[in-house]
Design a protein around this ligand. Structure first.
Ligand code: PAF
Length: 287
């Protein structure tokens, strides 16, 4: 396994790996957990070689967010990736990613608006910009992302479609189902911010989501179910609910009733120092 921190050695390493066949990219910000390793294992099934990028992207953090506190643990991450048989780690410095005078922004409208886009202005511009750069730097045949960041995946697919990206082609941008702890909490690097008590309370998030989904699938009123979900989270110790929303799974249009198309329940809520997000599928009504 090679680790590179700047573009020239990256290009040499990528050229060499591409000779062996298809190359997969798993973009990450490090602080790897089982969710990331699941992406890597899936990538290994899909391609001859696997590259993992590790870059805490300043562009996607707003003022007052956790850019400085975000866990950085390259040595530990490298050991985990080596054990998984990863071929290349691309861990650019901030200067390598954003050279002096960097002035370009990729902004995807539509799917980036509302939900986390409303709560974190500029966040998805930062994500789209860095992911577009990662795709051009690594030229992967496929790229894998966790479905936990459902809106992010929609933004990246929209960008790939709109910018005619061929590497990876939009059909080769794969979403991998969320990996959960035993109590249902979605794995996230930000779970590390939770105290033991908050960690126990956080299990209310997937539980309340499942209960709302059961209600919606049973034909109950969507607004009532979302209101009950928010109340359950506040009761359990969350101090704010940024959103709890039923959306079309593809274009993220707001739904106020169960539809015949694939749907997703998306939630973001704050507990202690952590802002947790999650989403789950809701079964479409039969036509
Ligand atoms: O999901 C993440 O970890 C980040 O948003 C990503 C896709 C690596 C871009 O920085």
């Amino acid at each position: 396994m090679q680790t590179v921190h700047s573009l020239d050695p990256l290009r040499r390493a990528v050229a060499q790996l591409r000779e062996a066949g298809p190359l997969a990219l798993v973009p990450t910000m490090g602080a790897l957990h089982e969710g990331h390793l699941t992406l890597v294992r899936e990538a290994k099934k899909q391609a001859a070689s696997v590259a993992v990028s590790i870059f805490v992207n300043p562009l996607q953090f707003g003022a007052g967010e956790d850019l400085d506190a975000y866990p950085r643990q390259l040595e530990r991450d490298s050991a985990l990736l080596e054990a998984e048989g990863v071929d290349l780690i691309w861990a650019p410095t901030v200067e390598a990613m954003y050279p002096q005078g960097f002035a370009t922004n990729i902004s995807v409208t539509g799917v980036s608006e509302g939900l986390c886009g409303a709560a974190r202005p500029g966040h998805f511009d930062g994500v789209a910009t860095v992911v577009c750069k990662l795709f051009h730097q690594v030229l992967p045949d496929i790229a894998l992302f966790g479905e936990k960041d459902w809106q992010q995946l929609a933004v990246i697919r929209r960008m790939a479609r709109d910018l005619d990206l061929t590497r990876p082609h939009v059909d080769q941008i794969l979403g991998v189902p969320t990996v959960r702890e035993a109590d249902g909490l979605a794995m996230s690097s930000r779970n590390a911010y939770l105290t033991p008590q908050e960690r126990t309370q956080a299990a209310a998030l997937p539980a309340a989501m499942k209960s709302a989904i059961a209600g919606i699938e049973a034909g109950k009123d969507v607004a009532d179910e979302l209101q009950a979900l928010e109340a359950a989270l506040l009761d359990a110790g969350f101090h704010a609910v940024d959103y709890a929303s039923l959306r079309d799974a593809d274009d993220l249009a707001v739904l106020d009733r169960r539809s015949a198309q694939p749907m997703r329940l998306l939630v973001a809520a704050k507990i202690g120092k952590a802002r947790l997000i999650d989403n789950m599928a809701v079964m479409p009504s039969s036509c």
